[in-house]
Design a protein around this ligand. Structure first.
Ligand code: URA
Length: 238
């Protein structure tokens, strides 16, 4: 692999940023400073350093985005801003969102360049849980919990898998938490529509064991720590 590609893939910066680092004599390969960005390196047995620190090669990276309202979950769109517009990361063109949140839905979205991970998380066979917080136009009562547990039948006749409804507050506008184990199009909104109610606010707060970071503001993103990558992998229920 070319040295500039290695450095960019490792998350050091864009190709042009890493070329600057090379020019500034900050990069060493096996102890020797080099400015040659096209130099071929073997990431498995060569030691590559920046400012004296060894760089771990990361083929895959995972980011958590707190998606705001108004952004399309796609890599590009002709008219609307996409979630990718919110990310400033090296090699952005190789990255994609894992699953889809509606334009007006907020919350946890994972962005990665790991295609196998995407496939596993989205696979209907894996039943990765997704937890949503929602405000509902309507009074949610205890009896609704049983209906979600049994499996809500959507407008097209599809019977959802059993889901877990938790009532946070019950009023004219109720607050709930809902855990679902599949990801049909507009699923949460359609589940409540099937009961004659409307979701007025929706936010994803967890995927499996990975919870939306409490200190991540709307529109902000963070690379997942090693510990969280572990949790991300754990959400794949085999
Ligand atoms: N269910 C919905 O209806 N919308 C989303 O964005 C996610 C789940």
């Amino acid at each position: 692999m070319r040295l500039d590609q290695f450095l960019a893939n490792a998350g050091l910066g864009s190709r042009s940023q890493v070329k600057e680092y090379l020019k500034q004599m900050r990069i060493k390969v096996d102890g020797v400073t080099t400015k040659d960005y096209g130099y071929k390196v073997n990431e498995n047995n060569q030691v590559i350093e920046c400012d004296g620190k060894t760089i771990e090669y990361k083929k895959y990276r995972y980011y958590m985005l707190n998606k705001p309202d108004g952004y399309i979950t796609a890599t590009e769109d002709k008219t609307d801003a996409t979630v990718m517009d919110l990310l400033d990361i090296p090699n952005k063109k190789d990255f994609f969102p894992v699953g889809r949140l509606d334009k007006d839905t907020e919350g946890l979205l994972i962005i990665t360049n790991d295609g196998e991970f995407l496939h596993n998380v989205l696979s209907p066979k894996k039943h990765v849980s997704k937890t949503y917080y929602a405000r509902i136009n309507g009074m949610i009562e205890y009896q609704h919990i049983g209906r979600f547990k049994e499996g809500i039948v959507l407008d097209d006749g599809y019977k959802c898998l059993p889901s877990k409804l938790e009532i946070v507050t019950s009023a004219e506008i109720s607050e709930i938490k809902l855990i679902i184990y599949e990801g049909k199009f507009h699923q949460v909104k359609r589940m409540f529509e099937a009961m004659g109610m409307k979701v007025v606010y929706l936010k994803r707060v967890a995927m499996g064991k990975l919870e939306l970071y409490g200190n991540l503001k709307l529109g902000e993103f963070r690379e997942l720590s090693m510990e969280d990558i572990g949790k991300v992998k754990e959400i794949i229920i085999k």
